[in-house]
Design a protein around this ligand. Sequence first.
Ligand SMILES: [Zn+2]
Length: 282
Amino acid sequence: MDCLRTKESAEKIMNLHPMWQEPLEVPGGDRQSPLDIVARKSVFDSQLKPLVTDYDPETCQQIWNNGYSFIVEYDDTTDKSTLKGGPLKDQYRLCQFHFHWGETNDWGSEHTVDRRLFPSELHLVHWNSEKYSLFEEAVMEDNGLAVIGVFLKVGKRHEGLQKLVDALPAIRHKGSSVEFNRFDPACLLPSNTDDYWTYPGSLTTPPLTESVNWIVMKQPIEVSHDQLAVFRSLLFTSAEEEVQKSMVNNFRVQQPLRGRTVRSSSHRPLLLHSLSAGGAVC
Ligand SMILES: [Zn+2]
Protein backbone atom coordinates (compact mmCIF):
# COMPACT_ATOMS: atom_id res chain seq x y z
CA MET A 1 0.00 0.00 0.00
CA ASP A 2 2.96 2.28 0.45
CA CYS A 3 3.56 3.92 -2.84
CA LEU A 4 7.06 5.34 -3.16
CA ARG A 5 7.42 8.48 -5.19
CA THR A 6 9.86 7.86 -7.97
CA LYS A 7 11.76 10.73 -9.54
CA GLU A 8 9.75 10.24 -12.72
CA SER A 9 6.38 10.41 -11.04
CA ALA A 10 7.55 13.35 -8.96
CA GLU A 11 8.45 15.23 -12.13
CA LYS A 12 5.10 14.35 -13.67
CA ILE A 13 3.30 15.63 -10.60
CA MET A 14 5.38 18.81 -10.52
CA ASN A 15 4.20 19.56 -14.03
CA LEU A 16 0.65 19.62 -12.73
CA HIS A 17 1.39 22.16 -10.04
CA PRO A 18 0.58 25.74 -10.95
CA MET A 19 3.12 26.94 -8.40
CA TRP A 20 5.93 24.73 -9.69
CA GLN A 21 5.78 25.46 -13.39
CA GLU A 22 8.45 28.15 -13.38
CA PRO A 23 12.02 27.17 -12.57
CA LEU A 24 12.28 28.25 -8.98
CA GLU A 25 15.10 29.96 -7.22
CA VAL A 26 15.23 27.26 -4.58
CA PRO A 27 17.38 28.38 -1.68
CA GLY A 28 20.50 26.25 -1.65
CA GLY A 29 20.09 25.60 2.05
CA ASP A 30 20.48 22.47 4.07
CA ARG A 31 17.14 22.41 5.81
CA GLN A 32 14.40 22.07 3.22
CA SER A 33 11.03 20.39 3.77
CA PRO A 34 9.17 18.07 3.58
CA LEU A 35 11.00 14.93 4.74
CA ASP A 36 10.49 11.24 5.05
CA ILE A 37 10.68 10.74 8.82
CA VAL A 38 12.56 7.54 9.60
CA ALA A 39 11.09 6.66 12.98
CA ARG A 40 13.96 4.48 14.22
CA LYS A 41 16.48 7.22 13.39
CA SER A 42 14.58 9.89 15.31
CA VAL A 43 16.16 10.79 18.63
CA PHE A 44 14.11 10.83 21.82
CA ASP A 45 14.55 14.15 23.63
CA SER A 46 13.24 14.22 27.19
CA GLN A 47 13.39 18.03 27.13
CA LEU A 48 10.53 18.23 24.62
CA LYS A 49 7.42 19.47 26.37
CA PRO A 50 3.73 18.99 25.60
CA LEU A 51 2.33 21.46 23.08
CA VAL A 52 0.13 24.22 24.44
CA THR A 53 -2.41 25.59 21.98
CA ASP A 54 -4.78 28.35 22.93
CA TYR A 55 -7.00 29.20 19.98
CA ASP A 56 -9.82 31.74 19.99
CA PRO A 57 -12.40 30.67 17.35
CA GLU A 58 -13.49 34.33 17.11
CA THR A 59 -10.19 35.16 15.36
CA CYS A 60 -11.20 33.04 12.35
CA GLN A 61 -11.88 35.37 9.42
CA GLN A 62 -12.16 33.82 5.99
CA ILE A 63 -11.50 30.86 3.77
CA TRP A 64 -10.05 31.27 0.29
CA ASN A 65 -8.75 29.35 -2.68
CA ASN A 66 -5.26 30.64 -3.50
CA GLY A 67 -4.89 28.45 -6.57
CA TYR A 68 -2.85 25.84 -4.74
CA SER A 69 -4.83 24.95 -1.60
CA PHE A 70 -7.63 26.39 0.47
CA ILE A 71 -6.48 28.63 3.29
CA VAL A 72 -8.39 29.38 6.48
CA GLU A 73 -7.12 32.72 7.76
CA TYR A 74 -7.01 34.05 11.32
CA ASP A 75 -6.66 37.57 12.67
CA ASP A 76 -3.05 37.63 13.86
CA THR A 77 -2.83 41.25 14.99
CA THR A 78 -3.00 40.18 18.65
CA ASP A 79 -1.96 37.16 20.73
CA LYS A 80 -5.47 35.68 20.83
CA SER A 81 -4.70 32.38 19.10
CA THR A 82 -1.33 31.05 20.13
CA LEU A 83 0.99 28.07 20.28
CA LYS A 84 3.77 27.54 22.79
CA GLY A 85 5.55 24.66 24.51
CA GLY A 86 6.73 21.63 22.59
CA PRO A 87 10.19 22.40 21.18
CA LEU A 88 9.45 26.16 21.15
CA LYS A 89 11.13 28.79 23.33
CA ASP A 90 8.79 31.60 22.35
CA GLN A 91 5.07 32.12 21.82
CA TYR A 92 3.77 31.87 18.25
CA ARG A 93 0.57 33.29 16.73
CA LEU A 94 -1.72 31.32 14.44
CA CYS A 95 -2.14 33.02 11.06
CA GLN A 96 -3.64 30.31 8.85
CA PHE A 97 -4.09 26.65 8.19
CA HIS A 98 -4.36 24.69 4.95
CA PHE A 99 -4.08 21.17 3.60
CA HIS A 100 -2.17 19.22 0.97
CA TRP A 101 -3.79 16.19 -0.69
CA GLY A 102 -3.53 13.68 -3.53
CA GLU A 103 -5.73 12.71 -6.44
CA THR A 104 -6.41 9.36 -4.75
CA ASN A 105 -6.24 8.15 -1.15
CA ASP A 106 -2.88 6.49 -1.84
CA TRP A 107 -0.83 9.65 -1.48
CA GLY A 108 -1.10 13.37 -0.77
CA SER A 109 0.78 14.09 2.45
CA GLU A 110 4.02 16.08 2.27
CA HIS A 111 5.78 14.33 5.14
CA THR A 112 5.86 10.57 5.25
CA VAL A 113 6.79 8.20 8.08
CA ASP A 114 9.01 5.27 7.13
CA ARG A 115 7.86 5.95 3.55
CA ARG A 116 4.22 5.58 4.53
CA LEU A 117 2.09 8.09 2.65
CA PHE A 118 -1.17 9.57 3.90
CA PRO A 119 -3.95 10.93 1.66
CA SER A 120 -3.69 14.42 3.12
CA GLU A 121 -1.76 16.58 5.59
CA LEU A 122 -2.94 19.61 7.56
CA HIS A 123 -0.56 22.50 8.27
CA LEU A 124 -1.29 24.99 11.03
CA VAL A 125 1.02 27.96 10.44
CA HIS A 126 2.16 30.15 13.37
CA TRP A 127 4.74 32.97 13.58
CA ASN A 128 6.96 34.07 16.44
CA SER A 129 5.23 37.11 17.92
CA GLU A 130 7.81 37.53 20.71
CA LYS A 131 10.69 38.15 18.32
CA TYR A 132 8.92 39.63 15.30
CA SER A 133 6.08 42.05 14.65
CA LEU A 134 4.70 40.67 11.37
CA PHE A 135 4.40 37.31 9.61
CA GLU A 136 6.28 38.82 6.65
CA GLU A 137 9.25 39.56 8.91
CA ALA A 138 9.16 36.21 10.73
CA VAL A 139 8.98 34.18 7.53
CA MET A 140 12.54 35.18 6.64
CA GLU A 141 14.12 34.43 10.00
CA ASP A 142 15.41 31.51 12.02
CA ASN A 143 12.76 30.43 14.55
CA GLY A 144 10.34 32.70 12.73
CA LEU A 145 7.63 30.08 12.14
CA ALA A 146 6.20 27.00 13.83
CA VAL A 147 4.06 24.69 11.71
CA ILE A 148 2.06 21.80 13.15
CA GLY A 149 1.62 18.97 10.65
CA VAL A 150 -1.25 16.52 11.10
CA PHE A 151 -1.74 13.47 8.87
CA LEU A 152 -5.27 12.64 7.67
CA LYS A 153 -6.21 9.02 7.17
CA VAL A 154 -9.39 7.59 5.71
CA GLY A 155 -11.92 6.31 8.20
CA LYS A 156 -15.02 7.76 9.70
CA ARG A 157 -16.36 11.23 8.95
CA HIS A 158 -14.71 14.01 10.95
CA GLU A 159 -17.40 16.25 12.40
CA GLY A 160 -15.07 19.22 12.95
CA LEU A 161 -13.78 19.08 9.38
CA GLN A 162 -17.31 19.00 7.97
CA LYS A 163 -17.89 22.72 8.64
CA LEU A 164 -14.91 23.42 6.38
CA VAL A 165 -16.00 20.90 3.78
CA ASP A 166 -19.43 22.57 3.64
CA ALA A 167 -17.76 25.91 2.80
CA LEU A 168 -15.66 24.56 -0.08
CA PRO A 169 -18.25 24.66 -2.91
CA ALA A 170 -18.34 28.47 -2.47
CA ILE A 171 -14.59 28.75 -3.20
CA ARG A 172 -14.19 26.24 -6.01
CA HIS A 173 -12.27 28.61 -8.23
CA LYS A 174 -8.85 30.16 -7.72
CA GLY A 175 -9.09 33.60 -6.14
CA SER A 176 -12.50 33.12 -4.53
CA SER A 177 -13.08 33.66 -0.82
CA VAL A 178 -15.92 33.62 1.69
CA GLU A 179 -16.26 34.85 5.22
CA PHE A 180 -15.67 32.03 7.68
CA ASN A 181 -16.20 32.58 11.39
CA ARG A 182 -15.94 30.92 14.75
CA PHE A 183 -13.91 27.90 13.77
CA ASP A 184 -11.73 26.35 16.44
CA PRO A 185 -8.72 24.73 14.74
CA ALA A 186 -8.07 22.70 17.90
CA CYS A 187 -10.83 20.37 16.70
CA LEU A 188 -8.53 19.30 13.86
CA LEU A 189 -5.73 18.21 16.20
CA PRO A 190 -5.50 14.54 17.18
CA SER A 191 -6.58 13.64 20.72
CA ASN A 192 -2.93 13.02 21.57
CA THR A 193 -0.71 16.04 20.92
CA ASP A 194 2.02 14.95 23.34
CA ASP A 195 3.56 12.55 20.82
CA TYR A 196 5.27 14.29 17.90
CA TRP A 197 8.44 14.59 15.85
CA THR A 198 10.19 17.92 15.44
CA TYR A 199 12.95 19.14 13.15
CA PRO A 200 14.27 22.38 11.62
CA GLY A 201 12.95 22.87 8.09
CA SER A 202 11.47 25.19 5.53
CA LEU A 203 8.21 26.28 4.00
CA THR A 204 7.10 23.80 1.34
CA THR A 205 5.72 26.52 -0.94
CA PRO A 206 7.52 29.61 -2.23
CA PRO A 207 9.43 31.43 -0.75
CA LEU A 208 10.69 28.09 0.72
CA THR A 209 12.51 29.98 3.47
CA GLU A 210 14.25 27.94 6.16
CA SER A 211 12.41 29.51 9.04
CA VAL A 212 10.18 26.66 10.21
CA ASN A 213 10.17 24.65 13.41
CA TRP A 214 8.24 21.61 12.18
CA ILE A 215 6.08 19.72 14.67
CA VAL A 216 4.61 16.60 13.06
CA MET A 217 1.96 14.76 15.05
CA LYS A 218 2.35 10.99 15.50
CA GLN A 219 -1.40 10.39 15.68
CA PRO A 220 -3.34 11.02 12.45
CA ILE A 221 -6.93 12.24 12.42
CA GLU A 222 -9.61 10.24 10.67
CA VAL A 223 -11.71 11.73 7.87
CA SER A 224 -14.06 10.10 5.38
CA HIS A 225 -13.39 9.40 1.72
CA ASP A 226 -16.33 11.66 0.87
CA GLN A 227 -14.79 14.57 2.77
CA LEU A 228 -11.52 14.18 0.83
CA ALA A 229 -13.52 13.97 -2.39
CA VAL A 230 -14.83 17.49 -1.71
CA PHE A 231 -11.20 18.73 -1.36
CA ARG A 232 -10.61 17.27 -4.85
CA SER A 233 -13.62 19.12 -6.28
CA LEU A 234 -11.74 22.41 -5.82
CA LEU A 235 -9.97 23.90 -8.84
CA PHE A 236 -6.46 25.23 -9.45
CA THR A 237 -8.02 27.52 -12.05
CA SER A 238 -10.05 30.71 -11.99
CA ALA A 239 -13.60 30.98 -13.32
CA GLU A 240 -12.35 32.74 -16.49
CA GLU A 241 -9.99 29.98 -17.60
CA GLU A 242 -11.15 27.76 -20.45
CA VAL A 243 -9.57 24.54 -19.26
CA GLN A 244 -10.38 23.81 -15.63
CA LYS A 245 -7.90 21.80 -13.53
CA SER A 246 -8.79 19.84 -10.41
CA MET A 247 -6.91 20.84 -7.28
CA VAL A 248 -5.08 17.60 -6.46
CA ASN A 249 -1.46 16.58 -5.77
CA ASN A 250 -0.69 19.97 -4.25
CA PHE A 251 2.33 18.78 -2.30
CA ARG A 252 6.05 19.41 -2.66
CA VAL A 253 8.43 16.55 -3.42
CA GLN A 254 10.53 15.36 -0.51
CA GLN A 255 13.85 16.94 0.31
CA PRO A 256 17.16 15.51 1.58
CA LEU A 257 17.74 15.29 5.33
CA ARG A 258 21.30 16.71 5.01
CA GLY A 259 22.53 15.74 8.44
CA ARG A 260 19.56 17.01 10.39
CA THR A 261 18.25 15.21 13.46
CA VAL A 262 14.54 14.57 13.81
CA ARG A 263 13.74 14.63 17.53
CA SER A 264 10.92 12.67 19.08
CA SER A 265 8.90 13.63 22.16
CA SER A 266 8.40 9.98 23.14
CA HIS A 267 9.58 6.46 22.35
CA ARG A 268 6.23 5.68 20.80
CA PRO A 269 6.03 5.15 17.02
CA LEU A 270 3.35 6.37 14.63
CA LEU A 271 0.05 6.00 16.52
CA LEU A 272 -2.14 4.35 13.91
CA HIS A 273 -4.10 2.07 16.18
CA SER A 274 -4.68 4.11 19.27
CA LEU A 275 -7.95 3.51 21.09
CA SER A 276 -9.05 7.07 20.52
CA ALA A 277 -9.82 7.76 16.87
CA GLY A 278 -8.69 11.35 17.25
CA GLY A 279 -10.38 14.67 16.70
CA ALA A 280 -11.71 16.36 19.77
CA VAL A 281 -15.39 17.25 19.79
CA CYS A 282 -15.88 20.73 18.35
ZN1 LIG B 1 1.55 23.37 3.80
